[in-house]
Design a protein around this ligand. Structure first.
Ligand code: AHG
Ligand code: MN
Ligand code: MN
Length: 297
């Protein structure tokens, strides 16, 4: 089944948005070879922008701006929320290229999108949909509009065809731990040691979207925790934690900042960072239990 058919009974503008982004991401997938250099600019997080970060951001913004269905667009590569003219009512959050520092070593990277009916500075639970496109050996598109999580693969004819429907996160013993062990906070260290004692294997690539995609299919947990000196962690609430947390929750998993569901957090700033745990319910319950009960567990 093609993506367009799978979206048949979806709100017209939501369907068009997902198809549009899928289309633009085909252009991005074909653009890697010609946009690999670093630019001489930094984003608002002080991170040097890859030429591809900026190019991907520009092509997606240009397409959504003329779509007539989007009102607000918040991008990781933009300093503030963009407001488009016209009658569109959708709000979009965008990480145009997640894991971009890995392109020059040929590891999988992706485009992450959160979708709201209206403003984007809202709790993740208000999303009406979320999706990501993963550029790996295959180009795949994963989406939810709150009726299951579904995977599509880009075929040689340039069509996204259904690969797996109604994905449910399985039990699995892999974990993707970000940040440095020497800076772990006590509760996080206790949690890590518990998982290690249960035989969890490390699978951390440096690309959030690729690591979470693996955990969505094989089970386990991804974390980029708060740590000594950066208690809010590294990853962004709007552009990374909310959309992928939403997808994993729709697939029967869970997400937490260590003391509660990330999707409940009311954002105060577009650039807000948040400690992230995303994966199976057991692993998420364990970190919250450790943090709540102290280290007695
Ligand atoms: P982005 O390329 O959008 O800035 O995201 C990179 C993020 C995330 O993808 C990944 O999990 C994390 O950075 C890796 O950080 P470290 O290099 O500190 O491990
Ligand atoms: Mn990112
Ligand atoms: Mn990015």
């Amino acid at each position: 089944m093609r993506l367009e058919e799978h979206l048949a009974d979806c709100d017209e503008d939501l369907k068009e948005l997902i198809l549009r982004i899928g289309n633009v991401c085909k252009t991005i997938a074909s653009g890697f070879a010609s946009h690999q250099t670093y630019s001489d600019t930094q984003n608002i997080y002080g991170e040097q922008q890859m030429a591809l970060d900026k190019w991907a951001d520009e092509v997606i913004i240009a397409d959504l701006k003329k779509s007539g269905i989007v009102k607000y667009l918040a991008s990781e590569e933009q300093p503030e929320v963009l407001k488009f003219k016209g009658t569109g009512s959708l709000g979009v959050t965008l990480d145009p290229l997640d894991g971009s520092s890995l392109i020059d070593v040929n590891l999988a990277v992706g485009t992450i999108v959160g979708i709201y009916r209206g403003r984007v500075l809202a709790p993740g639970k208000e999303m009406i949909g979320a999706m990501y496109v993963l550029y790996g050996p295959l180009t795949t598109l994963t989406y939810t509009v709150k009726k299951g999580v579904h995977d599509f693969v880009l075929n040689p004819d340039g069509e996204y065809v259904l690969m797996k429907e109604n994905i449910k996160i399985p039990e699995g013993k892999i974990f993707a731990p970000g940040a440095l062990r020497k800076n772990y906070l006590p509760g996080h260290l206790k949690w890590m040691e518990t998982l290690e004692s249960q035989g969890y294997k490390i699978r951390f690539s440096g690309s959030f979207v690729a690591d979470v995609h693996q955990i969505l299919h094989k089970g386990g947990v991804f974390t980029y925790p708060g740590y000594v000196g950066k208690e809010q962690g590294k990853l962004r609430l709007l552009f990374e934690a909310n959309p992928l947390g939403f997808i994993v929750e729709q697939a029967g998993g869970a997400t937490s900042h260590g003391n509660g569901d990330i999707l409940e957090v009311r954002p105060i700033a577009v650039s807000q960072r948040i400690p992230i745990y995303i994966g199976g319910k057991d692993e998420i319950n364990l970190i919250e239990k450790i943090n709540k009960e102290g280290l007695r567990t």
